[in-house]
Design a binder for this molecule. Structure first.
Ligand SMILES: Nc1ncnc2c1ncn2[C@@H]1O[C@H](COP(=O)(O)OP(=O)(O)OP(=O)(O)O)[C@@H](O)[C@H]1O
Ligand SMILES: [Mg+2]
Length: 266
């Protein structure tokens, strides 16, 4: 047998598996210590959920990964490259929608493609596809103020999908959606994770939602936030949605997280 060549050893550690590396991230705002030494790996093609008490720093961490907020110390690497600002391989769905109020649904969804310099007909055709995917066909020419909160969130989702980024950062994307649509979106999200090898970093307040959609769940403690526990739900995803929600593995994981949150948060 021949010995491994030097070039094999020289491969960067991120090659293959890990899309996003968070290394020793600390974030202090003027009078608040939000994050204290966060170290996390986000495996490529997987959905990882951040779960933790309100105000613990989940949005802050997503924004640091997006390159929208600078950490006080530490660094984030995406595909092995240190993040110094936003980049086309990452797309963000904001907790508060962040749509352009003066632009139509169509323009909002196509905006990332417009920034890339794509021709109008092509970007509108891609945007139309994702507007249909999130169930907003017929609303292309409406403005954000003419939509409900849930509809605005769906515009944000369509915009993130349209740019075809490798890493999707989703900050409570379903919080303003009614329960029925929320379950439909959870299904859509699972299909997207399976279909496209994208890396999802997802924030939710719902333990059940986290267990239902996630490959990995990161529990964050109360501020200053640290990684308290990482849980991998053991769920047979070939079962029907209703069967999964009755599955013992699903129910046990919900309970485990509930106990974990009580323990780390109190
Ligand atoms: N721009 C800012 N300036 C000062 N403090 C901030 C800023 N953004 C966030 N904070 C503070 O940092 C802490 C973490 O906020 P962050 O929004 O990241 O929490 P979160 O976990 O997303 O909360 P929620 O679950 O309510 O969305 C909070 O105490 C918040 O007040
Ligand atoms: Mg938040």
């Amino acid at each position: 047998m021949t010995a491994p060549t030097a070039s094999i050893h020289a491969l960067p550690r991120t090659e293959g598996d890990i899309a996003v590396e968070v290394r020793s991230i600390c974030k202090n705002y003027s009078d608040v210590e939000a994050l204290r030494l966060i170290d996390l790996d986000f495996p490529r093609g997987k959905l990882t959920t951040l779960l933790g008490p309100s105000g613990c720093g989940k949005t802050t961490l997503l924004k640091i990964i997006a390159g929208l907020v600078e950490p006080t110390s530490g660094e984030v690497r995406v595909n092995g490259k240190v993040v110094t600002g936003p980049g086309p391989e990452r797309a963000f769905v904001f907790q508060d929608f962040a749509l352009m109020p003066w632009a139509t649904v169509m323009r909002n969804v196509a905006f990332g493609l417009e920034l890339k310099g794509m021709a109008k007909a092509e970007r509108q055709s891609i945007a139309r596809h994702y507007i249909a995917e999130v169930g907003l066909t017929g609303f292309e020419n409406k403005y954000p103020h003419e939509l409900s909160g849930g509809m605005r969130q769906r515009v944000g989702l369509a915009r993130a999908f349209a740019v075809n980024a490798e890493v999707l950062l989703l900050d409570e994307p379903f919080s303003a959606v009614d329960e029925q649509n929320r379950r439909k979106f959870q299904e859509d999200l699972l299909q997207l994770v399976e279909k496209e090898r994208k890396t999802f970093i997802f924030v939710t307040h719902s333990i059940e939602e986290a267990v239902y959609v996630s490959d990995r769940i990161v529990l964050l403690s109360r501020r200053p936030s640290r990684v308290a526990q990482i849980i991998e739900p053991k769920i047979d995803r070939t079962s029907s949605p209703d069967a999964i929600r009755r599955d013992q593995g699903y129910l046990d994981t919900v309970e485990e997280i509930w106990q974990g949150l009580k323990h780390y948060v109190d």
